[in-house]
Ligand binder design. Structure first.
Ligand SMILES: NC(=O)c1ccc[n+]([C@@H]2O[C@H](COP(=O)([O-])OP(=O)(O)OC[C@H]3O[C@@H](n4cnc5c(N)ncnc54)[C@H](OP(=O)(O)O)[C@@H]3O)[C@@H](O)[C@H]2O)c1
Length: 265
């Protein structure tokens, strides 16, 4: 069965998601609307139907994908309020709750709130998602088919846990980039080539992630396997422990979680 998906906002995330949807199945008929001046070209490149307004798009879609920036959500929803029927709406807008979407629309339509991350852009996304009460079994199946197309790891969670997901996999890429920045700065201090350092670190991070996902081992076990007594890794870890790096990381994640809760309120 064909599913008509209309994207409100065809920016960075939406473009990657549309590409994944196209690669995953021929059952999606995809269209979009965006106010960006390059929108016409975007539609041509992605080979999707170009709508001339958000309301026109909503009228012709079974599923609406909300992919504008959080601060643009309320304008967009007031624009489609009159024309939306009971179609399901998938939102990736960070910090915008299901209740807020339904309130702005003045209707309890079926909503799926997804918290993806930037690795979606390269087909390596992870996300958490929540269903509103209004979804039926068929709609849940369709929503999951869509989510699976752009995320490799995905968990259905209660909406309160979206804030945990935000502080973990949502903001997570930035935590790793921050560590990578420090690693590059230090290798530069050794006089080593920055480009080579970047590539070695990136592959190390990818490889460590793969080890964790494929072996099913605890991270502490995988860490111990690299750490021989009196060796180099142990020397580094001693410094991390002494300076309570774990505590700093936990505090950072807590701050992100607290902020996510404040923003979704
Ligand atoms: N990036 C992440 O890590 C991440 C993670 C999780 C969730 N998200 C969420 O994903 C969403 C999209 O992020 P993004 O990085 O893809 O943003 P983006 O590139 O700015 O895409 C949003 C698009 O919507 C367009 N737009 C603005 N107002 C509109 C309107 N009234 N009608 C139709 N289109 C409109 C924008 O046009 P202009 O460019 O002209 O404004 C832009 O092309 C955000 O809500 C964000 O919270 C992002």
């Amino acid at each position: 069965m064909m599913i008509k998906i209309g994207f409100i906002g065809v920016g960075n995330m939406a473009k990657a998601i549309i590409q994944s949807l196209k690669n995953s199945s021929n059952n999606f008929i995809i269209g979009g609307f965006d106010i960006n001046k390059n929108f016409k070209n975007t539609c041509k490149n992605l080979k999707i139907k170009q709508y001339s307004s958000n309301s026109e798009l909503v009228k012709s879609s079974d599923t609406i994908f909300l992919s504008v920036k959080p601060q643009q959500v309320s304008d967009v929803l007031s624009e489609i309020k009159q024309v939306i029927k009971n179609q399901m709406l998938i939102s990736i807008a960070a910090g915008v709750s299901i209740g807020k979407i339904q309130k702005l629309l003045g209707k309890k339509i079926p909503v799926i709130r997804v918290m993806p991350n930037t690795p979606v852009l390269v087909g390596e996304g992870a996300c958490g998602y929540s269903f509103s009460k209004e979804l039926n079994v068929r709609q849940k199946k369709i929503a999951e088919k869509i989510i699976k197309s752009f995320c490799k790891i995905y968990f259905c969670v209660k909406e309160a846990d979206i804030d945990v997901i935000t502080s973990l996999s949502g903001s997570g890429p930035a935590y790793f980039f921050y560590i990578i920045e420090a690693m590059i700065e230090q290798t530069k201090a050794f006089g080593f080539d920055e480009t080579k350092a970047k590539m070695l670190i990136a592959q190390t991070l990818t490889g460590a992630g793969k080890l964790l996902l494929t072996t099913g081992e605890e991270p502490s076990i995988l860490r111990q396997r690299v750490t021989s007594k009196g060796g180099t890794t142990e020397a580094a870890l001693k410094i991390f422990e002494k300076n309570r790096l774990k505590e700093i990381i936990k505090k950072g994640i807590s701050a992100a979680y607290k902020r996510a809760k404040e923003l979704s309120r």
